[in-house]
Design a protein around this ligand. Structure first.
Ligand SMILES: *Cc1c(COP(=O)(O)O)cnc(C)c1O
Length: 382
C-alpha cells in the first residue's frame, strides 16, 4: 500500500516534468501531442505479442496481427502499392526498418551489393552496413540543401557500372529535412544502364512517408508508384503523435521470391522479422489513430506544420539569422543561437568545416505559432 503511494508520486512527478518540457522540444522531428492516446490505457493490462510474420505467423497467445495487417494495407494505400503486391511488418523504429531493408537487399544481391547513400543519410544506414557486413558503403556528397548531388551521383556510377547496388535514398533528411530527387536519381541509374536485377532501391521515409502522401507535390513523392522503388521505411511517432517509437517496413513482394530468409520459431510459425517478440499494442494504436484522423485531416495537419515552418523561417530571416529551408519540409536549418537556447529547446549542433555552428528546428504539431515567436525572440537576444 505504501509502495503504491510512492509509485503514484513518482508517476505524477514525471508527468509534470514531461508536460512542461515537451513544449520546448524543437530539435527532434517528433510530434509530442499524444494526450488522446490515454484512451488506450485500458489495453495496458494485456501483454500483446505480435511474434513472427504478420501474414504467415501465429503471433504470441494474445496479439493484434489482424490489425497489423490492416495497418500495412492502409500504408500501402498511402504509398500507392496494391495489397497483393506488398509485404511488410511494423517495427520499433525506422532504424530497424532500415536494417530490415538492407538485410533483404543484401541477400537479394548475394552479399555483393555496394550500399550507395548520401552523407546526409540517417546513422541507421551506416549501422546496418556494419551490422550486416555489407561489402562496401559509399556516401555521395549532398548539395547545400541536403539532397544528393546529382552530378556527383552520376560521376560515381559512371566509374562503377559493373557493380551491384543497394541505393538508400532519403525522404526528409535528419538535419535539413531534404527530399532526395528520387525520380532524377533513377533516371541517372537507367542512363548508366545498370540492369534492374543488379540494384535494390530503398527509401528511408522515416519523416517524409507521412508528409508527402498528404501534399500536392508529385515531384517529391518517393513511393511505390515509381516501379524501381523496392522498399520503404516510415516512422509513425514522428508525425502521428503516439507515445512510443514505431515504424513500418514495406517491400514490393516480388523481391522476396529469390531469397530464403525466414526462420521457423517454437510455434512452428514462420518468422521473417528481425525481432523476436514484437509489441502488439503499438500497431493497434497507430492504426486506430491513423484511421480516426483520416486522409482529409492528415492533409490539413500537414499544411499546418509546413506553414509553421515557413513562418519560423521568415521570422528568423527577419532577425538577420541565416537559414537553409527546403520547400514542403517542417525543418528549418539555421545559425545556432546561444548555447543556453540550444539546451533549453533540445537542439542539436552541426559544426561546419569553417567553424560555423548550425542547428535545426522542426515545427511539429505540438509547437504553436506563439511558441515560435518566443523561440525566435530567444534566438535573436543571445
Ligand atoms: C528518425 C529517423 C530514422 C530513425 O528512426 P528511429 O525511429 O529513431 O529508429 C531514420 N531515418 C530518418 C531519415 C529519420 O529521420
Amino acid at each position: 500500500m505504501k509502495n503504491n503511494v510512492l509509485e503514484k508520486q513518482e508517476i505524477l512527478k514525471l508527468d509534470n516534468y514531461f508536460s512542461k518540457e515537451r513544449k520546448k522540444c524543437f530539435g527532434l522531428q517528433i510530434n509530442q501531442s499524444t494526450s488522446d492516446c490515454s484512451m488506450f490505457a485500458r489495453l495496458l493490462k494485456h501483454t500483446l505479442n505480435n511474434l513472427g510474420d504478420p501474414f504467415d505467423g501465429f503471433g504470441g497467445q494474445v496479439h493484434t496481427l489482424g490489425y497489423e495487417r490492416e495497418l500495412i494495407f492502409l500504408m500501402a494505400d498511402y504509398l500507392r502499392i496494391s495489397h497483393e503486391e506488398v509485404w511488410g511488418y511494423t517495427t520499433s523504429g525506422s532504424t530497424i526498418s532500415n536494417i530490415q531493408a538492407v538485410h533483404l537487399a543484401n541477400l537479394k544481391l548475394n552479399n555483393k551489393g555496394v550500399l550507395v547513400t548520401s552523407n546526409q543519410a540517417h546513422a541507421s544506414i551506416e549501422k546496418s552496413v556494419t551490422l550486416l557486413r555489407v561489402k562496401e558503403m559509399v556516401e555521395i556528397e549532398a548539395d547545400l540543401y541536403g539532397k544528393i548531388d546529382l552530378d556527383k551521383f552520376s560521376d560515381y556510377l559512371a566509374k562503377n557500372r559493373d557493380k551491384s547496388f543497394i541505393f538508400c535514398f532519403t525522404s526528409g533528411t535528419v538535419s535539413k529535412g531534404a527530399y532526395d530527387d528520387v525520380n532524377k536519381l533513377i533516371k541517372i541509374i537507367k542512363d548508366h544502364k545498370i540492369p534492374r536485377e543488379r540494384y535494390h532501391i530503398h527509401i528511408d521515409a522515416a519523416l517524409g512517408g507521412l508528409i508527402t502522401p498528404f501534399i500536392d507535390a508529385e515531384e517529391i513523392r518517393a513511393d511505390f508508384s515509381i516501379p524501381e522503388v523496392d522498399s520503404i521505411a516510415v516512422s509513425f511517432h514522428k508525425r502521428l503523435g503516439v507515445p512510443f517509437p514505431s515504424s513500418v517496413f514495406l517491400v514490393r513482394k516480388n523481391n522476396l521470391k529469390t531469397i530464403q530468409y525466414s526462420f521457423v520459431n517454437d510455434y512452428n510459425s514462420l518468422d521473417t522479422t528481425i525481432a523476436g517478440s514484437r509489441d502488439g499494442l503499438s500497431p493497434f494504436i497507430v492504426l486506430t489513430k491513423l484511421k480516426s484522423i483520416g486522409y482529409e485531416n492528415m492533409v490539413l495537419r500537414t499544411k499546418k506544420i509546413l506553414s509553421k515552418a515557413t513562418f519560423l523561417n521568415n521570422q528568423l530571416i527577419a532577425k538577420g539569422i541565416p537559414t537553409i529551408f527546403n520547400e514542403h519540409s517542417p525543418c528549418v536549418y539555421f545559425k545556432a543561437p546561444h548555447p543556453s537556447v540550444i539546451k533549453e529547446y533540445h537542439l542539436p549542433k552541426y559544426r561546419h568545416a569553417n567553424g560555423d555552428v548550425y542547428t535545426h528546428a522542426f515545427t511539429m504539431e505540438h509547437i504553436s505559432k506563439n511558441n515560435i515567436v518566443d523561440f525566435v525572440e530567444q534566438c535573436s537576444l543571445k
